[in-house]
Design a protein around this ligand. Structure first.
Ligand SMILES: Cc1ncc(COP(=O)(O)O)c(C=O)c1O
Length: 385
């Protein structure tokens, strides 16, 4: 494993070849199935890597004005918005920057439908297509925090309000019910969606099936997905089918390289304290919870090896994950590569406790790593300005 000894730890590194491998696969799905794939910013906003992405995809989905602006500045002008709530202050800006706007509730649609009509009359060359998010009430995700269909969910209208049809003006429907899911989960959700909302499909122009399609995970059945999408298109030739994955774009495209600073032991548990933090720099590890692979560790199912926890360099007691097994005891000064640390990682970091934020590097296919960003005391100070 190349731990890039010339770069000071801690640092994230994103690999161009791995990113391109994902992009090629996503492009293959979009072209073979005749669907539109747009990138969800929530999983990845490293805009200095967007020139690589833009060779394959330039449309995106934004759920805030900041995400929208990042697309307009660095990726492309075709931005679809979905935001749980638009306000009087934000809505005119979304109107001016987006091609599609999905509302989370009928109340939100009614509040702003007049403004959309006016916009479309005044801007016939850049009309905005309004849509409505619905809840397919089909739970295929086991972790509640990632399940938009959990009872009591705040996401999307239910079928009762739409029995008699859609209000005039709504041109598309949107559902999002997947997370790191496969095509068979999509099939289940699609079935549930059609059972509740199928009567609306002949009357709309587009259907956005949200994110969570982890097409770039090893073993994902791409041919089954393409077949499913083609069948849907054959059944509803009036519909443009849109998918908005985030993770699938940057799945397994980057690592976090850290150094062990000290090794401590209590109650028979040995912990290597690293120069990064799970709470600050890998928050999903605690939230999900999720244990990343470490290139230098033994396989999880290994019967050999010495178990170690890894602890973060913050004062939060729970800032640790483990155990991993190592062939040799961990030693201060050794580097560890925590793998798959790009999607939902670089976008979610924070500066709690003032722990040094890892720098961010990009490894081009041919050539030496390039520094994208490093963080200083001023970054920590100025967030509190
Ligand atoms: C509405 C919506 N679209 C797309 C996504 C992207 O999902 P993923 O990154 O799992 O593909 C999310 C993730 O939460 C979402 O909430």
């Amino acid at each position: 494993m190349n731990t890039f000894p010339q770069i000071p730890t801690p640092f994230y590194i994103v690999y161009e070849d791995k990113l391109e491998r994902n992009l090629r696969l996503l492009r293959h799905v979009a072209d073979s199935a005749g669907v539109k794939i747009i990138m969800a910013f929530k999983a990845n906003a490293l805009w200095k890597t967007f020139p690589v992405i833009a060779k394959y995809f330039t449309a995106s989905t934004a759920s805030s004005l900041n995400e929208m602006q990042l697309s307009l500045d660095y990726l492309g002008k075709d931005v679809h918005a979905y935001c749980p709530v638009y306000t009087d202050a934000t809505f005119p800006k979304f109107l001016a920057g987006c091609s599609h706007i999905t509302f989370n509730s009928l109340a939100q649609f009614h509040k702003f439908s007049g403004q959309i009509k006016e916009w479309n009359q005044a801007h016939p060359d850049s009309p905005v297509s309004p849509g409505l998010r619905v809840n397919p009430h089909c739970s295929v995700i086991e972790t509640d925090i990632y399940n938009p269909c959990v009872p009591g969910s705040r996401f999307g209208e239910g079928p009762e309000a739409l029995r008699e049809g859609l209000p005039e003006g709504i041109e598309g429907l949107h559902f999002h019910a997947l997370c790191e899911s496969d095509s068979h989960d999509l099939e289940k959700v699609l079935e549930a969606f059609k059972n509740q909302y199928g009567h609306l499909l002949p009357h709309i122009k587009w259907l956005n099936m949200g994110g969570g399609h982890l097409m770039t995970r090893k073993g994902y059945d791409i041919d089954h997905l393409i077949g499913l999408l083609k069948d849907l298109k054959a059944q509803y030739p009036n519909l443009e089918i849109i998918m908005e994955p985030g993770s699938a774009f940057t799945w397994q495209t980057g690592d976090l390289v850290t150094e062990v600073l000290d090794v401590v032991e209590d109650a028979g548990i040995r912990t290597g304290i690293i120069d990064a933090s799970f709470a600050c720099h890998m928050p999903d590890c605690l939230e999900m919870p999720y244990k990343p692979s470490i290139a230098e560790a033994l396989p999880d199912d290994s019967s050999e090896g010495i178990p170690f926890r890894l602890g973060g360099n913050s004062c939060l007691s729970g800032d640790f994950v483990g155990d991993w097994k190592f062939a040799q005891p961990l030693q201060a000064g050794q580097r560890l590569t925590l793998q798959d640390m790009n999607h939902y990682t670089t976008v979610k970091t924070n500066m709690f406790n003032g722990v040094q934020h890892p720098s961010i590097w990009f490894k081009p296919k041919d050539g030496e790593p390039l520094l994208l960003r490093e963080y200083t005391y001023e970054d920590y100070r100025d967030r509190m300005d």
